[in-house]
Design a binder for this molecule. Structure first.
Ligand SMILES: *Cc1c(COP(=O)(O)O)cnc(C)c1O
Length: 460
């Protein structure tokens, strides 16, 4: 820690006078008008549920533009953004290199439904820098990538059941919108209407970070389990970091039972490092899925594996999977431009160091004031948790009452020019476009908002 910071964050620091009052709310007039209209067009006014601001204060903000680490809403409010379109924008908004490549490729047309050299280029960039996969298939979303990976695992093993973990999100396909019932090892209960029970019966749901539960599931269903699927860095229900030992245990038990291990790296891929969590923990899964960052802000997903397993995919093999816009040239162009930046030598070191300084100083502030608050982080992903637990590694450890504090925090942050995803279960992302100056400004806003959450009260 820097000496100057040490002074600021130690001892008498808790006596520093603070701003207890909530800032006046920003204007959301234009956003509210747009929301009124959109509610007539889309369920809940949105095209993806969490955008509707149901678990935070006020009308969802309609975003008009983004540049670098900033976004502007329809009312002209400017925010330092940590949502990053839910993860894809690791270079920040409207990165010149990505935009220029996209515009260049668009000059030649948008889609052909035939192979292009751009697909080869993006595949080469990925495969040359990733020792965990040998062949891949591009899709148009993370959901599609994971759904296809599950089908591939079932086709390859000729088994039907899968194990997933409570608190991991794998997109919205039928087999995976399944949550735990009561008990250590349970057949899932569907977590959405419209999913046949028969689908949920093929999905076994167990708690994260529990060797015991996984062992019990294998004892019960040993020769029926096609795959174990996990987010190796679970980041869709808080940030539920797992130990390397637990992931190694999964690798071993899968190998022993001829079950495939799937790392769903749609969020961690190209985020915790170019080789994602597989590289971070040095564990080789059998199938990996990517999404989000891989498309540079355009819709791309992919799944990859060994040559042997990928040969199961049509037209080489019997597992069918296709896509009208798969490998779309414009999306490939964005991916190529973004991943080229990420493959440069010190990219992740610089980004991760910057993010770590940011999160550490927020934690020091909260600790000095005895706030019941933890910031959990890995690489450039962070999660604000209103808790005093030292670690949270499974979904049932999250106190739902802490979300009330997040709601206040979120509103105060917006009023101070910082945009977070509108739910306390969502993580935030630092991008390479967040300069130290902007991170300092964001920290100030975060400190004031924390003070308000723990000491303040609004008149309204
Ligand atoms: C976002 C996400 C998905 C779904 O990807 P979409 O592109 O939203 O369909 C799947 N798995 C994980 C781990 C994700 O973070």
């Amino acid at each position: 820690m820097l000496e100057s910071l040490k002074k600021i964050f130690s001892g008498s620091e808790a006596e520093v006078p603070v701003n207890y009052t909530g800032k006046p709310d920003i204007s959301r007039e234009k956003s509210a008008e747009l929301y009124d209209k959109s509610k007539g067009y889309f369920p809940g006014g949105v095209n993806s549920p969490v955008r509707a601001f149901k678990s935070v204060h006020g009308t969802p903000l309609f975003i008009q533009k983004g540049d670098g680490c900033f976004v502007w809403d329809a009312d002209g409010n400017k925010f330092i953004d940590f949502c990053a379109s839910w993860g894809p924008l690791i270079l920040g908004h409207n990165h010149a290199g990505v935009r220029e490549k996209v515009v260049e490729v668009m000059q030649n047309g948008m889609s052909f439904g035939a192979p292009t050299a751009l697909e080869n280029q993006l595949a080469e960039l990925i495969l040359k820098n990733n020792k965990y996969i040998q062949k891949l298939r591009f899709t148009s979303s993370g959901t599609e990538a994971v759904m296809s990976a599950i089908r591939l695992a079932r086709g390859y093993t000729k088994r039907d059941k899968i194990i997933k973990f409570e608190g991991c999100y794998h997109g919205h396909s039928d087999s995976l919108l399944v949550k735990a019932g009561s008990g250590l090892v349970t057949f899932g209960e569907t977590s959405s209407a419209g999913i046949p029970k028969a689908f949920a019966d093929e999905t076994i749901v167990v708690p994260l970070n529990s060797d015991e539960a996984v062992k019990a599931a294998f004892e019960q269903f040993s020769d029926q389990i096609a795959a174990v699927i996990i987010e190796p860095v679970p980041a869709n229900n808080g940030l539920l970091l797992q130990t390397k030992e637990f992931l190694e245990f999964l690798r071993a038990i899968c190998t022993k039972n001829n079950t495939l291990l799937i790392f769903d790296e749609v969020i961690s891929g190209f985020r915790v490092g170019f080789e994602g969590a597989a590289g971070f923990y040095q564990i080789k899964p059998d199938i990996i899925t990517y999404g989000k960052i891989i498309g540079g802000g355009l819709p791309v997903g992919m799944y990859g594996s060994s040559v042997e397993i990928m040969e199961m995919i049509s037209p080489d093999g019997p597992v069918y999977q296709a896509g009208t816009l798969s490998g779309n040239p414009v999306a490939m162009a964005a991916g190529i431009a973004q991943l080229t930046e990420l493959s440069k030598s010190s990219f992740y070191k610089d980004l991760n160091n910057k993010a770590q300084e940011f999160t550490e100083s927020i934690q020091r502030f909260a600790t000095a004031r005895n706030y019941k608050f933890k910031i959990f982080s890995i690489a450039s992903i962070f999660w604000f948790a209103f808790t005093d637990q030292e670690a949270i590694s499974s979904a049932d450890q999250i106190e739902s009452s802490s979300m009330e504090k997040f709601k206040v925090f979120h509103r105060e942050l917006l009023n101070r020019g910082v945009y977070l995803g509108p739910s306390g279960y969502e993580v935030g992302f630092v991008s390479s476009a967040h300069s130290k100056i902007e991170l300092e400004k964001a920290k100030r806003a975060i400190f004031e908002s924390l003070d308000f959450v723990f000491r303040g009260a609004r008149a309204d």
